[in-house]
Design a protein around this ligand. Structure first.
Ligand SMILES: CSC[C@@H](O)[C@@H](O)C(=O)COP(=O)(O)O
Length: 346
C-alpha cells in the first residue's frame, strides 16, 4: 500500500505512531521520547484508551491509535459469535472515542468508521482486524496527503531565513512543513516554546526540527516577549485541536498568550488545520483540565494548589491566516470553507 511517511522525522513514521500487529498495538512512548525510544505494548483496546488518556501518544497520535485500537478490539473478539463481535466493537468505539474530551468529535468519526469497516468484514466473513488496520493505514495516507497540501500553503507564507516560533507539537503539519521547507531549500530556524508541563515543544517539536536539519532553539514559555523584542521572530505558527466554523481556535495552553504577544509585536500568527464542521463557535469547545500534580511537580509547599487547563481558545482577532487544504483564509471568511466539497480528512 502507498505510504506518505517518507522523508519525515522518526516520530511520524507509521510504525512509530501506533501500529497493530498480531494482537498488540505498539505506541511510541512520547512521555519519554527522545531521551528514550521505547514503546507501550497494548494488549487490549482498553490499554489503548488508557495510553491515550495517559499521553503515551498525543497531538494527532490518538487518531491513529484509535484505528489501530479498533483493529485490536476486533482481534480480541475473534472467538465470539458475529452479533457479539459487533457489540464488542461498538463498546470499543465508545471507549476509545471518549479517552480524552479534547478531540472526542474527531476521535468518534474515526472509531465509528472503523466500526463500519469491521461490521462489513464480519458480514463478508473476512478478518475484521486486518480490514480495520488496512483502513487505518488508508486514513493515515489521507491525513498525511491532506496535511502535505496544508503545509505547502503554509510554506507560501514562509521566506528563506525566517525565524519561526512554534507552540506544542502538531505532529503531521510539523513533519510535512519540515519536508516541504527542505524541498524548497528554505533555510529557516525554529524557536520552540517548551510547552510546560508536558514539554511537547521542547521534546517533540524541537527534536523533529533538529532531526530534519534546521537550526532549533528551545525557549521557556515565559520568554516569548523577550524573544520577540530581542531576537526578532518573523512568524508564529501552530496547529489546532479545534478550529470552529467562525474562525476561533483551541490549541495547547499558552497559544493564546503567544497570539496576544504576536499582535503586540506585529508578528503574523498562522494556524494550520482542517476546520471542524461540527463546531460552530467557541461555546462548542470543552477545555480539558488535566492533573494539577503535573504542574506542582513536588516543588512547592504542601497546601499550594495548581490549575492545569490543557488548552486555551484564541479568538479570531489574533489570527492572521487559517491555513487549510483549500487555501489560506482570513478567520472571518472561514465559514466559506464549507461552501465547496470537503474531502474526508481522517
Ligand atoms: C492536533 S494538533 C494540536 C497541537 O497543536 C497541540 O495542541 C497538541 O499537540 C495537542 O495537545 P496534546 O495535549 O499534547 O495532545
Amino acid at each position: 500500500m502507498e505510504r506518505y511517511d517518507y522523508n519525515l522525522p522518526y516520530m511520524l513514521q507509521y510504525e512509530h505512531v501506533a501500529w497493530y500487529e498480531e494482537g498488540e498495538v505498539k505506541i511510541l512512548d512520547r512521555r519519554i521520547y527522545p531521551k528514550e525510544v521505547s514503546y507501550v505494548n497494548c494488549k487490549s483496546y482498553m490499554d489503548v484508551r488508557q495510553a491515550i488518556k495517559d499521553m503515551v501518544t498525543q497531538s494527532a497520535g490518538p487518531y491513529t491509535a484509535a484505528g489501530m485500537g479498533m483493529a485490536l478490539a476486533a482481534y480480541q473478539a475473534r472467538n465470539l459469535k458475529d452479533d457479539d463481535k459487533i457489540e464488542f466493537l461498538k463498546n470499543a468505539s465508545e471507549q476509545i472515542a471518549t479517552a480524552r474530551p479534547t478531540t472526542e468529535n474527531r476521535m468518534r468519526k474515526i472509531t465509528e468508521n472503523s466500526l463500519d469497516i469491521g461490521i462489513k468484514a464480519i458480514k463478508e466473513k473476512k478478518d475484521p482486524a486486518e480490514a480495520i488496520k488496512n483502513d487505518t493505514i488508508k486514513s493515515l495516507n489521507r491525513r498525511y496527503s491532506t496535511m502535505e497540501i496544508v503545509a505547502k500553503n503554509l510554506c507560501l507564507l514562509i521566506k528563506d531565513g525566517d525565524k519561526i516560533l512554534t507552540q506544542c507539537f502538531g505532529e503531521t503539519i510539523i513533519g510535512m512543513m519540515l519536508r516541504i521547507l527542505k524541498e524548497e531549500e528554505k533555510n529557516v530556524s525554529f524557536y520552540c516554546a517548551e510547552t510546560r508541563p508536558y514539554y511537547q515543544g521542547a521534546r517533540l517539536t524541537a527534536t523533529c526540527c533538529s532531526e530534519m536539519g534546521f537550526e532549533t532553539t528551545i525557549v521557556t514559555d515565559n520568554a516569548i516577549a523577550y524573544l520577540m523584542e530581542n531576537i526578532g521572530i518573523d512568524l508564529f505558527t501552530s496547529a489546532a485541536d479545534t478550529i470552529t466554523r467562525d474562525g476561533n481556535v483551541a490549541n495547547k495552553i499558552g497559544t493564546y498568550q503567544i497570539a496576544i504577544l504576536s499582535k503586540h509585536f506585529n508578528i503574523p500568527y498562522y494556524v494550520t488545520g482542517i476546520p471542524d464542521d461540527d463546531k460552530y463557535t467557541r461555546e462548542d469547545i470543552t477545555i480539558e483540565m488535566r492533573d494539577p500534580n503535573l504542574v506542582l511537580e513536588g516543588r512547592t509547599a504542601k497546601n499550594v494548589k495548581a490549575l492545569y487547563p490543557s488548552f486555551d481558545i484564541t479568538g479570531k482577532e489574533f489570527i492572521d491566516k487559517i491555513v487549510t487544504d483549500k487555501g489560506n483564509y482570513d478567520p472571518e471568511n472561514l465559514h466559506t470553507y464549507f461552501d465547496s466539497e470537503t474531502k474526508r480528512f481522517y
